[in-house]
Design a protein. Structure first.
Ligand code: 2HA
Ligand code: ZN
Length: 274
């Protein structure tokens, strides 16, 4: 099967296009990665070549020998549907999870996303925690969430609670809440470690003054998660633009009733009295 005809590749392209249409991927902003299933690798194996091994910049032993479809460093989401082979690549990891090699794509040269350490460390955490179910890591420059990182305290409890209050579906869609990473230099191991630590608890990690990481089982769930949390942030920005306080809102007791009704667990640390 041609790489472009594989369902996981089509799903990846659609997600990149959807993110671009949302306005989250100016220039080369954002990046996306998918941990490819064994049978999917098999289905396209005839098209894979062996590039040179290169250092990942971190160590992910639990992902040894896995294959990933990832956006390229400096590449534009906008171009993914138009010129896939120049915008993305498939990489293979070595048996120690220390090096990667490009086996498909990036036909004009280049490397995987500058956030590869964050993507792979998040994949490693999620693979282990979900017995392999989670396969997608997505980083987007979500406008309204970024705006909120200038006005809300950079605390998991506060971001989660404020975002939950903005739409009744939110605590059902992200019942574990969201984590917040303070401003750090992007692209390296340190921010990757901070993010993957949060991914042990949450499916969402906000990077202050930068963007958001989302993790999920498939493209629909992961895009939907990013879309939901960013929409909630948009409502909060609108609300704060009208007045600094809320006349009425969803109260802790309401969240507890919602948790019962929808059979989700909402940690009490987010249901503090204000
Ligand atoms: O340019 O989003 O965080 C890609 C990025 C880096
Ligand atoms: Zn970014």
């Amino acid at each position: 099967m041609k790489v472009m005809e594989a369902e996981f590749v089509k799903g990846f392209i659609r997600m990149a296009a959807d993110g671009w249409e949302q306005g989250w991927h100016e220039r080369n902003g954002g990046n996306l990665s998918y941990r490819i299933k064994d049978e999917e690798v098999e289905s396209i194996k005839e098209h894979l070549k062996e590039g040179e091994w290169r250092d990942i910049g971190t160590v992910v032993p639990k992902l040894a020998k896995e294959y990933f479809l990832v956006t390229g460093s400096g590449k534009y989401f906008r171009n993914v549907p138009l010129n896939l082979e120049n915008s993305v690549c498939i990489i293979e990891l070595d048996e120690k999870g220390e090096n990667y090699r490009i086996v498909w794509g990036m036909v004009n040269g280049g490397t995987p996303t500058s956030e590869l350490p964050s993507h792979l460390m998040n994949h490693e955490v999620k693979k282990e925690l979900t017995e392999g179910r989670y396969r997608v890591i997505y980083h987007a420059h979500t406008t309204n969430i970024i705006a909120l990182t200038f006005v809300l305290p950079l605390k998991d409890e506060i971001f989660t609670r404020e975002l939950w209050e903005m739409a009744t579906e939110c605590p059902v869609v992200f019942p574990d809440g969201v984590g917040v990473v303070p401003w750090m230099i992007p692209g390296g191991r340190e921010i990757a470690e901070a993010t993957s630590r949060l991914m042990k608890t949450y499916d969402l990690a906000i990077w202050a003054h930068h963007g958001t990481f989302a993790a999920g089982e498939d493209f629909d769930l992961t895009f939907g998660l990013m879309h939901t949390v960013e929409k909630s942030a948009e409502i909060l920005v609108k609300m704060l633009s009208m007045r600094p306080d809320k006349r009425q809102t969803i109260e802790p007791e309401d969240f507890r009733k919602l948790a019962d009704g929808f059979q989700v667990k909402l940690p009490e640390k987010f249901l503090y009295e204000k």
